[in-house]
Design a protein around this ligand. Structure first.
Ligand SMILES: C[S@@+](CC[C@H](N)C(=O)[O-])C[C@H]1O[C@@H](n2cnc3c(N)ncnc32)[C@H](O)[C@@H]1O
Length: 324
């Protein structure tokens, strides 16, 4: 099973230091000192897997995005190339050779790290639950229904906030993998029969149709574009109705600008995903919208959460495209 993301906000300094260390190791500063270079040229110098593999540069791209946002390198104003920054490159920091400290190796080999499971994973989910509680409470009114399907629901933070805010008749289905479901069952025990659980890949699990809302909270950044499209399609199926427009699909995830120039938090998280997942990434909002539209959800509203300023929320339904 895959990984889930990490507390980048808590480890941001180490992640930034690891990025500078990896840039030295991959000869990015030395190469740019000789002149501007494209992503592919930097990948060649860094000895990253051969050309022709379209995803070969996605981990390096995530590193370069962060270095640009930190001001350690720059983008050429007149093309897709990278150049030196106006200031000298940052000195190479001393970084422990574990976790993020293995960044250069991960980028070069195209092999992500796999965090340990078991107790560490359980604690990670409980951390996510605590860290996400305020955002989950703020998101609850967006559902406007008494029936939620929480796809990739993790420890159940969003399901709990939904049920707390909804009338007692409201119910939820939480979909995740078995070991995570065990944590969710424990966390959501007080809700008793109002929550049911489905074990397996949300793209394939039968969670029924006709629900008022389906949620993908902090799930898409773990996955490749193809899997994200499949998850959005599964969410759209869960809210489809034969007798009307159906319910809403809500996506909540980290955000990055369309040109990937910021915000730094989203770019750091994308770099984290590049190290710990096969093809995870933080996707621009236009890409999230495209997956939802491809799933038949044409009316899409965009929101921000005060409790999670680094995130974007999309609320999508069938119907006419949103104007503006
Ligand atoms: C970062 S956690 C987020 C959990 C929860 N939605 C939240 O925001 O607190 C991502 C969760 O999605 C689950 N997940 C990822 N891909 C999935 C898939 N294809 N099917 C079911 N669950 C999935 C993971 O197991 C994990 O529990």
């Amino acid at each position: 099973m895959d990984v889930f993301g990490f507390a980048v906000s808590a480890g941001g300094d180490f992640l930034r230091a690891a990025a500078v260390d990896a840039a030295h190791e991959l000869a990015i500063f030395d190469t740019l000192a000789r002149g501007p270079a494209t992503l592919d040229e930097l990948a060649d110098v860094a000895r990253i897997a051969p050309r022709g593999n379209t995803r070969r540069t996605h981990r390096l791209r995530a590193l370069l995005d962060v270095l640009v946002a930190m001001g350690a390198i720059a983008r050429s104003p007149d093309g897709p190339a990278f150049t030196t920054a106006p200031t000298p490159p940052p000195p190479r920091p001393v970084v422990a050779r574990a976790g993020w400290g293995l960044m250069a190796e991960v980028i070069r080999s195209d092999r992500p790290l796999h965090p340990e499971g078991g107790e560490l994973e359980r604690r990670h989910h409980l951390h996510l639950a605590r860290a996400g509680a305020a955002a989950a409470r703020e998101l609850a009114p967006f559902f406007g229904t008494t029936s939620l399907v929480d796809l990739g629901g993790g420890a159940g933070t969003y399901t709990a906030a939904f049920l707390d805010a909804a009338p007692p008749s409201a119910t939820a289905i939480l979909v995740d993998f078995g070991d995570v479901l065990a944590i969710a069952r424990h966390q959501l025990a007080d809700f008793g029969g109002r929550v049911s659980y489905r074990d397996g890949d949300a793209r394939a699990v039968d969670a029924g149709t006709g629900h008022g809302a389906a949620l993908l909270a902090n799930v898409l950044h773990l996955h490749s574009p193809a899997i994200c499209a499949g998850l959005c399609a599964a969410a759209a199926r869960a809210v489809a109705s034969s007798s009307g427009p159906g319910g809403v699909v809500v996506v909540k995830d980290l955000r990055v600008d369309e040109d990937r120039s910021g915000p730094l938090e989203g770019l750091l998280f994308a770099l984290n995903m590049a190290i710990y997942t096969g093809e995870g990434d933080v996707y621009p909002t236009s890409q999230l919208r495209a997956w939802l539209a491809a799933a038949g959800l044409a009316h899409i509203d965009e929101h921000r959460l005060a409790a999670a300023p680094d995130a974007v929320v999309l609320v999508a339904r069938r119907g006419e495209p949103a104007s503006g």
